[in-house]
Design a protein around this ligand. Structure first.
Ligand code: ACO
Length: 357
């Protein structure tokens, strides 16, 4: 009961997570029909059909304009904000955006993480933030704002595949948080802030950085088995494995592995790093099958996320924020759906404390 495992708390037309068959459907389209094949703006056209009712091309234009609006807030990055972690810095900048339940607020919030994160990364490194270019697509502009130079087509496709892959995923913890806040009619910004808080935890969106820490600690493929076995013997969880809903392989892991392999083929990925990751995955799955026979623990989305975002040049501290850059589309679509069709979310608890006299 403590994890609300079997509780159905919303009806949605946005996404279906089929944990038994390892299938993710977004607005009637399977993930493998979308990942690597459509832009982030394309998936927003699906998720925001009810909210905006606009096609991919129009959303691309409006999102570009919203990135320019978001960039005005970059001027508020000061030394206090730079002292925070990247996720906390992103949260603080997002909190400056006005609340509302209108299309303009939705677009500004959707655009903002792609602008704020590169700006925070650059400012922390002592460099100037780069202004957005509204004519680029969202993924291409995010990379250009990070590196101050246009990204290769392979890198843009890889980031786009990532943003599409994580755009929505049923009633995960952060989306539920967004819907709870939306149900109080606090506004989209408050919903997104609640979601960002939930995403930050290592059991949700905070795992990809630790996946790389694990790969660094292992160092070489032949060390994987021994290192992982000793972690399991200490009762530690292996980052990037296991999922509350999937009882088979997370389909998002395959979408991202495909993106990584394409990036590798275009020369954008270190072959040794990929070989190490494949060895770690193989050993981890074998050990987990033995260690937890009653529980199918498979590779989750975070494992290949870590490698993909590292190959694209993002520091590991930024990974949770990049997750938010993709998932913000799902959060806002769910907030809109909750407001349109739902009621105030107000579950009950059972009191098990001491009886009053
Ligand atoms: N490594 C080792 N053991 C694990 C792992 C793991 N990665 N995941 C679960 N287990 C074990 C648990 O310790 C538990 O063992 P026990 O029954 O002996 O106590 C058993 O498997 C069942 O675990 P639950 O806690 O019921 O699994 P739950 O569904 O609550 O957790 C979670 C899912 C949080 C993702 C978990 O698998 C985990 O901590 N994974 C590592 C962190 C991670 O990769 N997070 C990203 C998740 S993906 C996402 O949110 C986008």
């Amino acid at each position: 009961m403590s994890g609300l495992d079997d509780v159905i708390a919303a009806e949605t037309t946005l996404s279906e997570v089929d944990g038994l068959n390892g299938r993710l459907v977004i607005c009637g389209r399977r993930l493998d029909e979308l990942a690597g094949k459509t832009s982030y703006e394309g998936v927003l056209a699906l998720l925001y059909a009810d909210l905006l009712g606009e096609d991919e091309k129009t959303i691309r234009t409006r999102l570009g304009q919203a990135r320019l609006r978001a960039f005005h807030h970059v001027a508020h990055i000061d030394s206090d904000l730079l002292a925070l972690s990247l996720t906390e810095g992103l949260r603080a900048l997002m909190a400056r955006l006005p609340d509302g339940e209108d299309k303009s607020t939705a677009l500004l919030l959707t655009a903002a993480p792609a602008v704020f994160l590169p700006a925070l990364i650059r400012r922390k490194a002592g460099e100037d933030a780069i202004a957005p270019d509204a004519t680029r697509n969202h993924a291409a502009d995010m990379l250009a704002m990070l590196n101050a130079t246009p990204a290769s087509a392979a890198a843009v496709l890889a980031l786009e595949t990532y943003l599409v892959t994580v755009a929505d995923h049923g009633l995960n913890a952060s989306t539920f948080a967004a819907r709870v806040v939306a149900s109080t009619r606090a506004g989209y910004t408050s919903s997104v802030l609640a979601a960002l808080g939930a995403l930050k935890g290592p059991l949700h969106g905070g795992a990809p950085g630790p996946v790389l820490d694990m790969l660094d600690a292992i160092g070489a493929p032949d060390k994987a088995g021994g290192w992982l076995a000793s972690e399991l013997a200490k009762g530690e969880r292996l980052m990037g494995f296991g999922h509350r809903i999937y009882r088979v392989r997370d389909p998002r892991a395959d979408a991202l592995k495909g993106a990584l392999q394409r990036l590798g083929a275009a020369g954008g990925m270190n072959a040794g790093r990929l070989a190490l990751a494949e060895a770690v995955e193989r050993e981890a799955l074998a050990l987990l099958r033995f260690a937890k026979p009653g529980r199918t623990l498979e590779t989750n989305v975070e494992f290949f996320t870590a490698l993909l975002l590292e190959a694209l040049g993002f520091p590991r501290e930024a990974f949770t924020g990049i997750f938010a850059t993709g998932r913000v589309g799902g959060w806002i679509a769910h907030a809109h759906e909750q407001i349109a069709k739902g009621r105030l979310i107000r579950p009950q608890s059972i009191y098990v404390g001491p009886k009053a006299a």
